[in-house]
Design a protein around this ligand. Structure first.
Ligand SMILES: [Zn+2]
Length: 248
């Protein structure tokens, strides 16, 4: 692995694509090196095997233009945030050395997500401490950690205009054939006849994703947007670079 500009970290395979896939595709298109880390392998998922989910994740990452993809083993459905998980993520952060980290939300319906948020925040800080895991690489602390939106919404700190990369995000999501509703087939996601219906496998969920992007996009004068939360105010040096688009 070599260093990246931006590292997106999600609890489960498909979290990153759902939360910030359009933003990652945009960054990759702008020439930034993008990496993705899935903190679990989706082993507790109701649909699809672990091997299938790994292949899906690889296809999705390639679609978004990600240069790096890694999996950790924090426990899907029983997410762990102990010293071993911190150590593993610290090693990844030091190896990939991102300036920006995009991670899970602090408050969410799925309990794995806030736990993953806490792990990401802790690992990004500790990765900069020389005394912590001295054997796992040169210390590095990302300049910023932002949260992408998952189930629960929140007032965003900023919204990225993803109108031009929305199709790429959808293509990445379609790579998760066992998980998500496949619009083109006019049927619910694969996984075989009788596969259990989960929230994300329904057509309603698919439409919610687009509806949310249209809502938050509308707030910045864009057709489609991805919202993010920042713990600290954004450091703006050019007010003209953050103007809304669209009709005034
Ligand atoms: Zn998730």
């Amino acid at each position: 692995m070599s260093r990246v500009d931006v590292l997106a970290i999600g609890a489960h395979p498909d979290d990153v694509e759902l939360g910030c896939g359009g933003t990652l595709a945009l960054l990759a298109r702008q020439g930034r090196r993008v990496g993705i880390v899935h903190l679990t392998r989706g082993e507790a998922g109701s649909r699809g095997t672990e091997g299938e989910r790994r292949q899906e994740a690889e296809a999705a990452a390639a679609t978004l233009g990600a240069a790096e993809l890694a999996f950790l083993d924090c426990g899907d459905g029983a997410f762990r945030t102990g010293p071993a998980e911190e150590e593993a993520l610290i090693a990844v952060v030091r190896r990939l050395r991102p300036e920006i980290v995009l991670g899970p939300t602090p408050i969410d319906r799925h309990p794995d997500h806030p736990r993953a948020h806490a792990l990401v925040a802790a690992a990004c800080f500790y990765a900069g401490l020389a005394a912590r895991e001295p054997g796992s690489g040169k210390p590095h602390r990302p300049a910023a950690v932002y949260s992408f939106m998952q189930h629960d919404d929140f007032p965003p700190s900023f919204v990225v205009d993803v109108t031009t990369t929305w199709d790429t995000k959808l293509a990445a999501l379609r790579a998760y054939r066992t998980q998500l509703y496949q619009e083109d087939e006019k049927e619910e996601a694969g996984g075989g006849a009788g596969a259990p219906v989960t929230k994300v496998s329904t057509r309603e969920f698919w439409r919610m994703i687009e509806g949310r992007a249209r809502h938050f996009g509308g707030l910045i004068g864009a057709e489609l947007g991805e919202p993010f939360g920042a713990r600290y105010p954004l450091a703006v040096s050019d007010l003209f670079a953050v103007l809304p688009g669209g009709v005034r």
